[in-house]
Design a protein around this ligand. Structure first.
Ligand code: CMP
Length: 138
């Protein structure tokens, strides 16, 4: 049985020209792309997407960062998608990420950490619906 996860290639990685390298790593690791787009979050979108973090000290910085320039959003499918994708991207802080993970390769800091991956199957469904209509998911 397969499941889905929601990936965002964050503004830092898009600005640094890593879209192609990240998508190649994701697909060569066995993930199938079910939805994909280049888009930009408004401040209000970013506030809504990250509302669970609204009491955290880094929330204003996170909202500014995530809305400052385009991102790539994608729905990825694989067996055990959420956990396998979190292993592929590595720790939130790139300094603590394992060698070969996407954050180790392409992230610059704990705040600007190149990629997002859903943290549960339930949130993957919610986050996929946040970015894509039913007609945009295949
Ligand atoms: P992610 O795990 O994708 O979603 C929550 C985001 O909050 C996280 O990536 C980072 O981009 C950001 N974040 C988490 N911890 C910090 C921190 N200590 N300082 C700044 N940003 C953070």
């Amino acid at each position: 049985m397969t499941s889905i996860t929601l990936m965002m290639i964050k503004p830092d990685a898009v600005e640094n020209g890593y879209i192609g390298k990240i998508i190649e790593k994701v697909t060569s690791s066995g993930f199938k792309i079910r939805a994909l787009k280049l888009t930009q979050l408004s401040k209000q979108d970013a506030e809504r997407f990250y509302h669970v973090h609204k009491e955290r000290s880094f929330y204003p910085e996170l909202v500014n960062f995530m809305s400052r320039s385009p991102i790539v959003a994608a729905v990825l499918e694989k067996k055990n998608a959420v956990n396998d994708f979190r292993n592929l991207i590595g720790s939130t802080n790139p300094l603590e990420a394992d060698e070969g993970t996407i954050r180790k390769l392409y992230a610059t800091s704990i705040g600007e950490n190149a990629v997002h991956g859903s943290d549960s199957d339930k949130n993957a469904e919610i986050e996929a619906s946040f970015h894509f209509s039913g007609r945009e998911q295949f």
